[in-house]
Design a protein around this ligand. Structure first.
Ligand code: 6PG
Length: 241
């Protein structure tokens, strides 16, 4: 893992930098193989980044979009990662619907939905690393609790390695999810992690610490990424006030 990080004064500047980094990595893939594949996360942070992405000059007709994870809600629900991406990016960018690979986490049987998405991932991502689809770019966030994707502290999904996509059971207020598993995250050719806000600082410190407990801080799985990893943070997340 080649580990780089950049800190920016404000969330807007960090999101803009993340968009520029995304453009550079996607253009590298496009020039190398004619197409590109990217998986995006949900939550509030990507919303900022999506808005910056729309303004970039990228040939979206050659870029296929996947999700890192999705909540078990309808695709029109306000908690849906797809719904957030649709409003901020999918519609304005004009990316062809055939390039949009939505996780169907609203399905009644999440285990079947996970298998279906795994098949779609295998069919759509040509490049494989040890038999695992190697996405050109994966964009991750981390939660205040140290999760990434939908790999949560104390949840066994973090240790699933015989599947590419897995259902995550509901817990407390958190709805059930579908998530890419650690083998897919680790096989990405490039990973960009955008982390904004002071509330993320403790989790970021636990991820960046030389040693730590993966169960307590699943985002430490990012340390096992075999491709390039670029952290884009704002000063608040970096603990610089
Ligand atoms: C999700 C996300 C999750 C997210 C982080 C950061 O569905 O919740 O994929 O992994 O990226 O929790 O979320 P915020 O940007 O909302 O803090």
């Amino acid at each position: 893992m080649s580990f780089r990080w950049h800190s920016y004064p404000s969330p807007r500047e960090a999101a803009s930098a993340c968009a520029r980094q995304t453009q550079m990595l996607l253009e590298q893939a496009l020039s190398g193989q004619g197409t590109a594949t990217m998986a995006v996360s949900g939550g509030s942070t990507p919303a900022l980044w999506f808005r910056e992405l729309v303004d970039l000059d990228l040939d979206w007709s050659r870029i296929h979009l996947f999700w890192v994870d999705e909540r078990a809600v309808p695709p029109t629900h306000e908690r849906s990662n797809y719904a957030g991406a649709k409003a901020a990016f999918l519609d304005p960018s004009g990316i062809p619907s055939s390039n949009i690979h939505r996780m169907r986490a609203e399905a009644s049987d999440l285990a079947i939905a996970a298998m279906d998405y795994e098949a779609e991932l295998r069919d759509s991502v040509r490049l494989k690393l040890g038999g695992v689809p190697a996405l050109d770019l994966v964009v991750l966030g981390i939660g205040d609790d140290g999760h990434t994707a939908s790999l949560f502290p104390g949840d066994a999904t973090l240790f699933v390695t015989d599947k590419l996509v897995a259902p995550v059971p509901a817990a407390g207020q958190r709805e059930a999810r579908l998530t890419l598993t650690s083998p897919v995250l680790e096989s990405a050719r490039a990973t960009v992690v955008i982390v904004l806000g002071a509330s993320k600082h403790p989790a970021l410190e636990r991820v960046w610490a030389a040693s730590g407990d993966l169960r307590e801080t699943p985002a430490r799985v990012i340390r096992g990424c075999r491709g390039s990893v670029t952290w884009v943070i704002d000063r608040a997340a970096g603990g610089m006030g």
